[in-house]
Design a binder for this molecule. Structure first.
Ligand code: 5RP
Length: 232
C-alpha cells in the first residue's frame, strides 16, 4: 500500500467522525486533500456541514467540492478540525507547516472542540526534529529575527543548525497566505519541544512555530496493516 493510499485510508476514518450540522476545520496538504474530496462526495450525497479552510489552497478545493464555507464570528464553535502532520510523537505533539499553513492551521486547531490528525504511518517518530521545523516570521528585518532564532536554538543545545528561508518552487522566497516568510530549522532532534516553542514564540518577529504541543486530541495513522489510533 503506497503512502498516498495510507493517507486516503486515514482521511476516510476521520471523515466518518463528521456528522450532519458540524462546523469542520479543514486542514492543508495532501492528506487533507483526500479528506476534502471524501467530504465533497458526502456533501453531494446530502451531508450538511459548514467548514473553515486553513489555507487558500484548501479554500479553493473546498469550493470546488461544493462544501459550504463560513467566516467565523466570536460565537462560532468548530466541532472538529482535521489536518495532516509532518511528524507526530508518542505524546501527540506535532511538527506541522510543511505546506506553509501552520499559522492558520494552529488558529483553527486551537479553537476546535476536537483536533484530529490524519497521516500515513511514516509520520510517527520517537522524537520530533528530523523534519525541518517551520517557523513563520515577519518579513521586516527578518535576518535579525533569524539571528535571535539561532540564539534560542543554541540555548536548547541545537548548535550550528542549518536555518533556511523557505523558497517557492520556480524561484523566489515562499510567502505564507498571510504574506510572511518561513524559516525552516534543521534541528535533527528536539530534546525539549515545549521549551523550544516557548523560546521561539517570545522573539519579536516570530509569528508562530510549527510545534503543535498538546493540541491534537487524536491521531489516526494508517498503514498496510490497518489503523493505529493515538489518543482518546
Ligand atoms: C501544511 C501541513 C500539512 O498538514 C503537513 O505538511 C502534512 O502534509 P501532507 O498531508 O501532504 O503529508 O502542516 O502546512
Amino acid at each position: 500500500m503506497s503512502a498516498d493510499e495510507q493517507k486516503k485510508k486515514a482521511a476516510r476514518a476521520a471523515a466518518d467522525m463528521v456528522r450532519a450540522g458540524m462546523v469542520v476545520g479543514l486542514g492543508t496538504g495532501s492528506t487533507a486533500t483526500h479528506l476534502i474530496k471524501i467530504l465533497g462526495d458526502e456533501v453531494r450525497n446530502g451531508l450538511t456541514i459548514r467548514a473553515i479552510p486553513t489555507s487558500e489552497e484548501t479554500r479553493k478545493l473546498a469550493i470546488a467540492e461544493g462544501i459550504e464555507l463560513i467566516e467565523p464570528d466570536e460565537q462560532t464553535i468548530i466541532d472538529i478540525a482535521i489536518d495532516g502532520t509532518d511528524e507526530v510523537d508518542g505524546r501527540l505533539n506535532l511538527i506541522k507547516g510543511g505546506g506553509g499553513a501552520l499559522l492558520r492551521e494552529k488558529i483553527i486547531a486551537g479553537s476546535a472542540l476536537k483536533m484530529v490528525i490524519i497521516a500515513d504511518a511514516s509520520k510517527k517518530v520517537a522524537q520530533l526534529g528530523a523534519f525541518p521545523l517551520p517557523v513563520e516570521v515577519d518579513r521586516f528585518c527578518w535576518p535579525l529575527t533569524v539571528s535571535r532564532i539561532r540564539e534560542v536554538c543554541e540555548e536548547q543545545n541545537l548548535k550550528n543548525i542549518d536555518i533556511a528561508l523557505r523558497q517557492q518552487e520556480g524561484g523566489g522566497v515562499f510567502r505564507s497566505d498571510g504574506g510572511n516568510y518561513i524559516a525552516d530549522l534543521c534541528c535533527g532532534r528536539i530534546g525539549d519541544a515545549i521549551a523550544l516553542h516557548k523560546g521561539l514564540i517570545d522573539i519579536p518577529g516570530v509569528i508562530e512555530t510549527g510545534l503543535f504541543i498538546d493540541i491534537a486530541d487524536q491521531v489516526i495513522l494508517a498503514s498496510a496493516d490497518g489503523l493505529e489510533i493515538l489518543g482518546e
